[in-house]
Design a protein around this ligand. Structure first.
Ligand SMILES: C[S@@+](CC[C@H](N)C(=O)[O-])C[C@H]1O[C@@H](n2cnc3c(N)ncnc32)[C@H](O)[C@@H]1O
Length: 186
């Protein structure tokens, strides 16, 4: 199966809709715990995909909190838009974060779950820097990622990339070949 998010086949979309909630269940649970949300946060979900995590995040927002979902794939953004159609405190952004003009210092929390290994290696540092620029000075980024090559990215490489944007890491949870990490400004 190829990872074609731009023009996903039916079987690929199906696979994602089934696989993400099942495989991701315990990771999403740990992530939501560590986010320590009060409900008023401004959250940016980078690479929302079919919206499995986005749906869990928006349910935690009440007190004026707002969610922003961004994806490069129109097909997947359509899915998350449909999933969250009953919520008014959500924005959807389609496109490359480097060209979207999102204001600096916008978000309290940023989530990047199972997206980094899909980004082109040569553009990774640049894309991560653009994400980090949108984080508030006291904000935090949470990453869920596969850690085993060739599909995943080794933990040390991931830390180096974020250290290069001025953030330091904290390990939240590790199980099998997947980790959850928190990054904040040094
Ligand atoms: C595995 S899915 C994400 C699942 C989702 N984060 C969740 O946990 O519910 C990976 C997503 O990353 C998106 N993606 C890949 N490259 C991207 C980029 N440069 N900018 C934004 N999204 C991107 C894909 O379109 C796809 O929807």
């Amino acid at each position: 199966m190829s990872f074609n998010f731009k023009n996903p086949s039916k079987i690929f979309s199906w696979f994602y809709s089934l696989f993400c909630p099942i495989y991701g269940r315990s990771y999403y649970k740990e992530l939501l715990k560590s986010l320590k949300l009060t409900g008023s946060e401004s959250i940016f979900d980078f690479g929302s995909g079919a919206g499995v995590l986005a749906k869990k995040l928006i349910k935690k927002l009440s007190n004026g909190g707002k969610l922003t979902c961004l994806d490069l794939s129109e097909a997947f953004l359509r899915k998350v838009r449909k999933k969250l159609r009953n919520y008014t405190n959500v924005d959807f952004i389609l496109g490359d974060i480097r060209e979207m003009g999102i204001s600096a210092n916008s978000f309290d929390r940023i989530t990047i779950s199972w997206v980094i290994h899909h980004l082109p290696k040569e553009e990774l540092q640049d894309i991560l820097q653009s994400i980090v620029n949108t984080l508030k000075p006291d904000g935090k980024i949470y990453v869920i990622e596969f850690l085993s090559p060739p599909h995943g990215i080794p933990e040390a490489e991931l830390f180096n990339l974020f250290n290069g944007t001025g953030l330091s890491e904290n390990v939240v949870f590790r199980k099998k070949m997947t980790g959850i990490f928190e990054f904040k400004k040094k």
